[in-house]
Ligand binder design. Sequence first.
Ligand code: ADP
Length: 192
Amino acid sequence: MRHLQGRVEVITGPMFSGKTEELIRRLRRAMIARQKVQVFKPSLDKRYAEEAVASHAGMAFEAVPLEHIGQIWEHLDDDTTVVGLDEAQFFSPEVTAVVQRLAERGIRVIIAGLDMDFRGEPFGPMPALLAQADRVDKLQAICVVCGFPATRSQRLIDGQPARYDDPVVIVGASEMYEARCREHHEVPGYPA
Ligand code: ADP
């Protein structure tokens, strides 16, 4: 059954805040409502499974990896009524026009993505997607330092806070991320 009106929902927040869990929850419920669901994600996200949307707690949903958001039109089925986009921060700026077109077609678009990068700065197309959304849910994780709500993603390189200008890929270094609150989020070298 096609929706009478399309709509755009964005689920955002830092790493470990449950964005993917919430995306999967909404998609499961849409399937119960007999909607035709398709999920896409940028192909550069290789975490856990090549063709699945996977949460940190291990839940998964099949997803089509796209090298470019424009490829969505080759994969979109005529009878699809709900489209999920995960890791949306990694899509190019054209994602906003694609989302607009999907909603105009009457499709419910559910987007999950990081609002900020490890520096605490807006991440890729997310600011524009947040602005165009009909509904936004900003989730919080738990700060691993103090246990209060966390809104930031802390990047650690060899156990130390990553510097503001550290490259995105550092060969040979062990890299990890933690959820942290504003107070415990550290970005050495942040421009004054
Ligand atoms: P996101 O997509 O936002 O990165 P996920 O949906 O993949 O989040 O994972 C959320 C799950 O991660 C939580 O339900 C919890 O089980 C786990 N988790 C691990 N560390 C934390 C943390 N610091 N704060 C909250 N949840 C955490």
